[in-house]
Design a binder for this molecule. Structure first.
Ligand code: ADP
Ligand code: GLC
Length: 478
């Protein structure tokens, strides 16, 4: 039996800001229970719903040094859907309306969290063989593990894995402050270790010190060796390429299942989508006050509204796109300029565009189930889960062919009758518009072909099954 501890800053259903939470919440359930005992440890944020906080049980507490500070560490636990969860409690660090956001606070918060996780291990009755770290917030764990903790017998043979969900976010702050926060000696702050352009970099520390490094798709694992995607760490990614594996994400096939989904107006499956899926479109048109018309090509967007997701391309051609006979339903929050851009077009083309500028699990499921196509023209995309959800719900993804989008959406080939979506290659607004128009043409003039694209998408398997096996391989080899 191998024991693995996932460490992360977010996880469904407890707290979510993006796809990381989906991954950490769904992957642990998918390992072979006979051979792997996988548990998860998270911060206990004040902003978590009372529903969850009230179920957490006290396990232990102690005081821990973080350089010159002495801090309280509470440990709580809870079982959920068969998985053992632990939570690190500290009301000072984990206060606030959001789990994170201000980097100068976050660097201290997650230095605390990372050290607290390691310090709490002896209180858990669970000694992991492997600590599986996710993103920069946990980047110091492999570093701490090879530093002081090494000297203690309890820790010396624990291995660590660093999974990169997004290389854009690295946790960078000035060395002086980070030394003051972590108490790590000067030795660590050189360009071959944590130093990055004269500053300290948590994710870099994790990548340098982890025993294995993974990222969330094969293509992204290659892309990040290149300066365009490497965010300044391309050299390190090349140097670590022997230990770097790209494993594509899956989604929770029970949570995201059009046949049983409680959020959507009408359930359907790959057997009856030709008749039944349309009922969701009608319901959404009704709910959002859009013209009720089965034939309108309805495009969905569910996303953080940031540059990463290609919204500057969309902004560039919005007027042109709205000359077409389409409906565009957007759900997202993020950068103000994009929020206002969609509000503006909702006002300007009120019979075509709906800007839902908020966060809603329910509305996201309705969009995945109701639209004909799903637009995701990302500048870069480590994996992307929204396109997988769309495929599962028979909503045809239109994507830029980068990262995980390239690995999961097979572009339609009208000559061979293959493909599950539509793709364009260059980061160019009119190339995107061209492919949207092409998709619309297939939808309007070759409905049988369109339905076959839908069917192939719904039949593709993006559950965790295959990817969990690949993680198991890495665990075995460590
Ligand atoms: P990223 O992690 O980069 O944001 P992913 O595609 O991996 O992108 O994951 C995004 C996740 O967040 C999906 O589960 C998506 O449905 C969800 N999501 C994004 N924005 C919203 C929103 N406004 N309301 C509900 N869910 C959202
Ligand atoms: C990050 C990436 C996204 C990925 C998610 C989960 O948020 O932006 O592409 O799907 O992590 O791995």
């Amino acid at each position: 039996m191998k024991r693995v501890l996932f460490v992360a800053s977010e996880c469904v259903p407890f707290i979510k800001t993006g796809g990381l939470a989906d991954v950490v919440g769904s992957l642990p359930k998918c390992f072979d229970k006979e051979e792997y005992d996988v548990r998860v440890i998270l911060p206990k944020y004040q902003c978590m719903k009372e529903e969850w906080k009230s179920q957490m049980k006290y396990k232990a507490h102690f005081y821990m040094n973080l350089a010159w500070r002495t801090q309280y560490v509470g440990v709580l636990e809870m079982k959920y859907e068969g998985i053992q969860f632990y939570f690190i409690d500290n009301e000072y660090y984990f206060a606030g309306m959001q789990p994170y956001g201000r980097i100068y606070e976050d660097v201290e918060k997650f230095a605390f969290f990372s050290k607290a996780v390691l310090s709490a291990l002896p209180t858990l009755d669970f000694k992991p063989d492997i600590i599986h770290c996710h993103d920069w917030q946990t980047g110091l764990i492999p570093v701490f593990l090879k530093d002081r903790f090494r000297e203690n017998d309890f820790y010396w043979n624990i291995k660590s894995i660093m999974t990169i969900h997004n290389l854009k976010f690295q946790g960078v702050w000035d060395i002086k402050t980070i030394r003051d926060i972590t108490g790590l000696p000067e030795y660590y702050f050189t360009p071959d270790k944590l130093e990055f352009k004269k500053d300290a970099n948590y994710l870099k520390g994790g990548i340098v010190y982890a025993d294995a490094v993974t990222t969330v798709s094969r293509t992204y694992a290659e892309e990040i060796k290149d300066p365009f995607y490497g965010e300044g760490l391309e050299g390190l990614m090349q140097a670590r390429s022997n230990c770097l594996t790209g494993i594509v994400n899956g989604i929770d096939y029970e949570e995201y299942d059009p046949a049983t989904d409680k959020y959507i107006a009408h359930n359907y499956s790959v057997e009856n989508f030709r008749k039944e899926k349309i009922k969701n479109k009608r319901a959404l048109q009704e709910e959002l006050g859009l013209p009720k018309d089965d034939k309108k090509f309805m495009i969905g967007v569910v996303s953080r509204l940031t540059d990463q997701k290609g919204f500057d391309l969309i902004a560039y051609i919005m007027d042109e796109l709205c000359q077409e006979d389409i409906q565009l339903v957007v759900l997202g929050t993020g950068e103000e300029r994009y929020e206002n851009m969609f509000r503006h077009f909702d006002w300007k083309y009120n019979d075509k565009v709906r800007a839902n500028i908020y966060y809603s699990e329910a509305m996201s499921h309705k969009i995945y189930a109701s639209c004909d196509a799903f637009l995701m023209p990302s500048l870069f995309e480590p994996c992307g889960l929204s396109q997988l959800m769309s495929l599962r719900y028979g909503t045809v993804p239109i994507v830029r062919e980068t990262g995980g989008l390239k690995d999961t959406v097979e572009p339609y080939n009208e000559y061979e009758g293959t493909g599950t979506g539509f793709g364009f290659c260059n980061y160019n607004a009119h190339e995107m518009l061209g492919i949207i128009r092409y998709a619309k043409k297939i939808y309007e003039t070759k409905k049988r072909e369109w339905n076959k694209i839908v069917e192939r998408g719904m039949k593709a398997d993006f559950s965790w099954h295959a990817s969990a096996k690949q993680y198991e391989e890495i665990y075995k080899n460590l």
